[in-house]
Design a protein around this ligand. Structure first.
Ligand code: AP5
Ligand code: MG
Length: 192
């Protein structure tokens, strides 16, 4: 199994690059943001609870997203590997993921972090907000809140993987294709 985490702030291109990576490497894409938006669209109790947090740019409680990942891993027992997008976002989530993967006798191969300046991120998200229908993209205050949460709660998770020498930064600005090629170079080397 080859398991990869795409790390980076809101708007850094995790979703965009994930689509191309799962196509190329046959991994299962697990985006907690997408899974939560599906729950909201289906009007489930979990979705209703999550929406309150997401609309404010806050994180959904750890136990909710960890439970979702646990279910998704079980639903794909024959997967060649997983691409985690937007997860883990807290130290507790990173520890839970380690345990879940250990139970499956596997682990994280590499964490790739997309680096993009805040001004570029705001531009991208406001632009996406015009068409995405994502309520957390249309209000600049909510976008800024997501960055604060990222800095306080999520960025420290990098340390967890740096300790294990699994963390690598990638320049997330430039053409989608160039960034994809830079990611593939690292992944190919790691897969050998
Ligand atoms: P989530 O859905 O994960 O959103 P996010 O992390 O805020 O990131 P985005 O999806 O906005 O950005 P992205 O990095 O995927 O970039 P994208 O490729 O779309 O989370 C949403 C909310 O759900 C959270 O706030 C939280 O409430 C909750 N949540 C989710 N996971 C959670 C967890 N684990 N724990 C707790 N709560 C959780 O690109 C952005 C835009 O830029 C697009 O328009 C794209 O076309 C454009 N773009 C991409 N690449 C480029 C490029 N190279 N040049 C120019 N434009 C580009
Ligand atoms: Mg995304």
């Amino acid at each position: 199994m080859f398991n990869l985490i795409l790390f980076g702030p809101p708007g850094s291109g995790k979703g965009t690059q994930s689509e191309k990576l799962v196509d190329k490497y046959g991994l299962v894409h697990l985006s907690t943001g997408n899974l939560l938006r599906e729950e909201i669209a289906n009007k489930t109790p979990l979705g209703t609870e999550a929406k309150n947090f997401m609309d404010k740019g806050q994180l959904v409680p750890d136990e909710v997203v960890i439970g979702m990942i646990d279910n998704s891993l079980d639903q794909h027992k024959d997967a060649m590997g997983f691409l985690f997008d937007g997860f883990p976002r807290t130290a507790a989530q990173a520890e839970a993921l380690d345990k879940l993967l250990e139970l499956k006798k596997t682990g994280i191969a590499i964490v790739l972090a997309l680096e993009v300046t805040e001004e570029e991120l705001v531009k991208r998200l406001l632009n996406r907000g015009k068409t995405s229908g994502r309520s957390d993209d249309t209000n600049e205050a909510v976008i800024r809140k997501r960055f604060t949460v990222y800095t306080n709660d999520t960025e420290p998770v990098a340390g967890h993987y740096k300790k294990e020498k699994k963390f690598q930064s990638i320049k997330g600005e430039g053409s989608v294709e160039d960034i994809f090629n830079a990611i593939c170079t690292v992944v190919d080397k790691k897969m050998k």
